[in-house]
Write a protein that binds this ligand. Structure first.
Ligand code: SF4
Ligand code: SF4
Length: 168
């Protein structure tokens, strides 16, 4: 597996190839089969991976915090929802809220999230490689390939499974 600090540069180097593979999948892949391939590789590769040693997703993005989480997040931190927003959040460009800083303000030195189990669903589900309808979300997959070592590896293995390198 690629080291977390190498993934961005490696994905940049493969940018054209990765985009070509996306087009290849659009033209050749069966939606259900592709989902099952993503899911199998996701389970296999995350099973042996310690995300606390990486945390690229928390370092490279600001955390997106849904408004419906404010109350439980504030309670978890022992502050009021108003203080929670005031201390940690700002408006994003889509009318929602995000943390003020990148790396995310809730990332601790030990690699854990200060929000614990209250962290947003979008964080729990990242990099979404076990979610359905990957064929229609390949641009978002390309984004995660630049951040997440496991997503990077999944995409490389899919190229092998489709014989992409040999055929192009
Ligand atoms: S989900 Fe991916 S980017 Fe986030 S910590 Fe785990 S391996 Fe790293
Ligand atoms: S809220 Fe927690 S899990 Fe989500 S980006 Fe911030 S530190 Fe990471």
């Amino acid at each position: 597996m690629i080291q977390p600090d190498k993934v961005k540069a490696a994905a940049k180097k493969k940018e054209n190839e990765n985009f070509r593979f996306r087009s290849f999948l659009k033209g050749h892949a069966d939606e259900k089969k592709l989902d099952s391939q993503f899911l199998r590789l996701h389970k296999e590769l995350f099973a042996g991976y310690d995300c606390s040693k990486c945390r690229n997703c928390c370092k490279m993005y600001k955390g997106s915090i849904p408004e419906e989480d404010f109350e439980k997040d504030a309670e978890h931190l022992g502050i009021t929802p108003e203080q929670f927003v005031d201390f940690f959040l700002e408006k994003d460009n889509y009318g929602g809220y995000q943390t003020k800083h990148r790396p995310c303000d809730f990332l601790q030195e030990d690699g854990e999230c200060k929000l614990g189990d209250c962290r947003p669903e979008s964080c729990k589900n990242y990099p979404y490689t076990d979610q359905p309808e990957r064929l229609w979300s390949l641009l978002s997959v390309l984004d995660t390939v630049e951040v997440c070592p496991v997503a990077f590896e999944i995409y490389e293995r899919l190229k092998d499974e489709y014989g992409f390198r040999r055929n192009r």
